[in-house]
Design a binder for this molecule. Structure first.
Ligand code: C2E
Ligand code: MG
Ligand code: MG
Length: 573
C-alpha cells in the first residue's frame, strides 16, 4: 500500500473512531458536557440536550453561547456550578449534587463530577452528570419513615430530639407537654387494634387542630398513646392554655364505630430555661413530670420539679427519710384558717402536712405526698396527719373556738375498707362529733365510679362532712355531683388568686358559686392573696375564704395567737 492510501486509511480510522466515540458519548445514561473557562458549552451529548431542552448546535453556536449558570433555572445550582468550576480550574476535581430546573425540561436532581482538561486552546471543564432524582426521593422516603410515625404521619421521637437540640439560645423560651391517654390501653383491648388505630388518628387530628392555633407549636408522637407538644417563645407562654385545650379535647366524648369513648389525659410539663439548662433535656423532664402525674389518681397535669429527675439513689434516700419521718412522727401538721364570709358561724381550719428535711429544708407537700402515694406510705402518713390534726383541733372544737377541722384525704385511703371504722374510733376518742370533721377529696376522685360506692358512703353515714377540693381542675359531671353526699365545693386556688385580672378565672369562680348554691352546697375559695379578691368573693356570695391574705397555715401556738388577735387591721374574720 502506498503512503497516500495509508494516509486515507488513517483518516478513515480517525473518522470511524470519532463517530464511535460520539456514539458512546450519546448512548450513555449520564449527561456529559464540556465547558470553557467561562462555563459556556463547547460540547454536550444527547442526554444533556434533553435535560436542558436545548440542542447541542444551539448551545455551542459561536457568539451565542450561554453560560450553564443561566440555563440551570435555579440560583443555588448556578452558585454551585460557579464555585465548583473555580475549584476545578484551580486543579481540584469536584463532585456535587444540584437541582436542574431548565425552562423547557423536567426538573431533576443530578450528581455532577467535574474535572479539568488541559488543551492547547485553553482550560476546559469536562462534566459527567447522573440523574439521582429517584435515589433522592427514596432517601427522602427512608428519612421520612425514620423520623415520622407511619400511622399518624406525625414526626417521631427522633425528630423531636433533633428539633429540640437545634433550639435554645439567648432569649428563647420553650414549653414541652408530654401527653398520655390513660384509657387508650382499654380501648385497644376492648375494640382491637384496627379501631384503636382509628382512635389514634382522631386524637392526632384534634391535637393538630389545637397546635394550629398557635405560632411555633408542633405535635409529635413518641409511642402508642404518647404525644408531645412543643411550643416556642410567645406560644410557650401559653402552655397552660394549650394544656387545657388538650385536656378538654381528650375528655370530650368521641364516637368511634358507633361507640362513645371518653379517653382523658395525663400531662407532664417542662419549660426551658426555667427547668432545664439545655432544650435537649426538656423531654426527659416532661416525661418525669408525666410519670408523676400518672402515679396520682387525682392529678391531670404535673409540672416538672428537679427532684423528679433525682437519681434513683437520691429518690430512695429521700423515701427512706420520709419513712423515718413518719415512723418518728416528725412530720408536722399546720393549720390554716377558713373564715366564714357572712358572719355565719365560727372559724374553721384545714390541716396541712409539713416536712422539714434535716438537710434539704422544707419539702413541698405536693412532692412528699406524691412520693408517699407511689411507695405505699400514704396510709401511715394520712393516719399521722389525722392523729395530729385531731389532737390539735379537738380542744379548740370542744371549747367552741373553731367550728371544724378539714383533713385532706388521698384516694388510696378510700380503697382501705377498714378506714371508716378506725376513723370513727379516733374521732370518738377525742370527744368531738363526726360532723366537726370535714374530709377533702379531690374532684377527679370524687367523680370516679369506685369512689361513689364504698368508703365515701360509709364516711357520710358516720356523719363526717365531705368537701370536694381543687374544684374546677377535674371534670365534673353534674348528675354525679348531685348524687354525691358532699356538703361543700372548694374552688381551686389557681382560679381564685388572679381572678380579678383574668375574666375566664372570674367566670369559673362565679359559675362554681352558682352551681354549688343551686345544689345546696357551700363554697370555699382558697388562695386569696389580697383584699380586693376577698371583697369580690364576698360580693359574689362565696361562703368561706381561705388564703395567705387572711392567714397562712400556722403551728398550733401561732394559730392560737392569731385566733386571739384575728381582728388586727387587714385581716378579716
Ligand atoms: P390543698 O388541699 O388544695 O391545700 C391548699 C394549699 O393552698 C396549701 O398548699 C396551702 O398552703 C396553699 N395556700 C393557702 N393559702 C394560699 C394562698 O393565698 N396562695 C397560694 N398560692 N397558696 C395558698 P400546701 O400546704 O403546699 O399543700 C398542697 C397540697 O398538698 C394540698 O392542696 C393537698 O392537696 C396536699 N396536701 C397537704 N397536706 C396533705 C395531707 O395531709 N394529706 C394529703 N393527702 N394531701 C395533703
Ligand atoms: Mg385541701
Ligand atoms: Mg385545694
Amino acid at each position: 500500500m502506498d503512503e497516500v492510501s495509508k494516509g486515507k486509511q488513517h483518516d478513515g480510522d480517525g473518522e470511524f473512531y470519532a463517530r464511535l466515540l460520539r456514539a458512546y458519548f450519546d448512548s450513555t445514561n449520564d449527561a456529559i458536557f464540556v465547558l470553557c473557562n467561562e462555563l459556556k458549552f463547547l460540547s454536550c451529548n444527547r442526554r444533556m440536550e434533553s435535560w436542558l431542552g436545548i440542542a447541542e448546535d444551539e448551545l455551542t453556536r459561536h457568539n451565542c453561547r450561554i453560560p450553564i449558570t443561566n440555563l440551570v433555572g435555579n440560583t443555588d445550582t448556578a452558585a454551585c456550578f460557579e464555585r465548583a468550576a473555580r475549584d476545578v480550574l484551580g486543579g481540584e476535581s469536584q463532585r456535587f449534587e444540584c437541582l436542574l430546573e431548565p425552562d423547557d425540561a423536567t426538573p431533576r436532581w443530578v450528581e455532577i463530577n467535574m474535572t479539568r482538561v488541559d488543551v492547547e486552546a485553553g482550560d476546559m471543564v469536562i462534566a459527567v452528570a447522573r440523574d439521582i432524582t429517584e435515589r433522592r426521593a427514596q432517601m427522602a422516603r427512608i428519612l421520612h419513615q425514620s423520623t415520622h410515625d407511619s400511622l399518624t404521619g406525625l414526626p417521631n421521637r427522633t425528630s423531636l430530639q433533633a428539633f429540640l437540640e437545634a433550639q435554645g439560645g439567648e432569649g428563647h423560651t420553650l414549653a414541652v407537654l408530654a401527653i398520655d391517654v390513660p384509657r387508650f390501653r382499654d380501648v385497644n383491648e376492648a375494640l382491637g387494634h384496627q379501631l384503636a388505630d382509628e382512635v389514634l388518628k382522631t386524637i392526632t387530628a384534634g391535637l393538630k387542630d389545637i397546635v394550629r392555633q398557635y405560632r411555633d407549636t408542633r405535635v409529635f408522637r413518641l409511642a402508642g398513646d404518647q404525644f408531645v407538644i412543643v411550643s416556642k417563645d410567645v406560644a410557650a407562654r401559653c402552655w397552660k392554655e394549650i394544656t387545657e385545650s388538650v385536656q378538654h379535647w381528650l375528655i370530650t366524648p368521641m364516637e368511634q364505630s358507633g361507640i362513645e369513648l371518653t379517653l382523658g389525659s395525663k400531662i407532664g410539663v417542662s419549660l426551658y430555661p426555667s427547668h432545664v439548662s439545655h432544650p435537649g433535656e426538656l423531654v426527659r423532664a416532661a416525661e418525669a413530670a408525666l410519670h408523676a402525674a400518672k402515679q396520682q389518681a387525682t392529678t391531670g397535669v404535673k409540672m416538672y420539679y428537679p427532684e423528679l429527675l433525682a437519681s434513683g439513689g437520691e429518690r430512695l434516700a429521700l423515701l427512706n427519710d420520709l419513712r423515718q419521718a413518719i415512723e418518728n412522727e416528725s412530720l408536722a401538721v399546720h393549720l390554716q384558717p377558713i373564715a366564714p364570709l357572712h358572719g355565719q358561724g365560727l372559724m374553721r381550719l384545714e390541716a396541712l402536712a409539713r416536712w422539714r428535711h434535716p438537710e434539704r429544708g422544707m419539702v413541698s407537700p405536693e412532692h412528699f405526698i406524691a412520693l408517699a402515694e407511689t411507695n405505699g406510705l400514704i396510709l401511715s402518713l394520712t393516719w399521722l396527719v389525722i392523729k395530729s390534726a385531731l389532737e390539735q383541733a379537738a380542744p379548740l372544737i370542744r371549747n367552741a373556738r373553731i367550728e371544724s377541722v378539714s383533713i385532706n384525704l388521698s384516694p388510696y385511703c378510700l380503697l382501705d375498707a377498714g378506714f371508716t371504722v378506725k376513723f370513727a374510733e379516733m374521732i370518738a376518742r377525742h370527744g368531738i362529733e363526726p360532723s366537726s370533721v370535714m374530709l377533702e377529696i379531690t374532684e377527679s376522685i370524687a367523680m370516679s365510679e369506685r369512689m361513689q360506692k364504698y368508703t365515701v358512703m360509709s364516711l357520710r353515714e358516720l356523719g363526717v362532712e365531705l368537701s370536694i377540693d381543687d374544684f374546677g381542675t377535674g371534670h365534673s359531671s353534674l348528675s354525679k355531683l348531685r348524687q354525691l353526699p358532699v356538703t361543700e365545693l372548694k374552688i381551686d386556688r389557681s382560679f381564685v388568686t388572679n381572678m380579678l385580672n383574668d375574666e375566664n378565672d372570674e367566670a369559673i369562680v362565679i359559675a362554681t358559686i352558682q352551681l354549688a348554691h343551686s345544689l345546696g352546697l357551700d363554697v370555699v375559695a382558697e388562695g386569696i392573696e389580697d383584699a380586693d379578691v376577698l371583697q369580690r368573693l364576698g360580693e359574689l356570695g362565696c361562703d368561706y375564704a381561705q388564703g395567705r391574705y387572711l392567714c397562712d397555715a400556722l403551728s398550733l401556738d401561732d394559730l392560737q395567737d392569731w385566733l386571739d388577735n384575728k381582728h388586727t387591721p387587714g385581716r378579716v374574720a
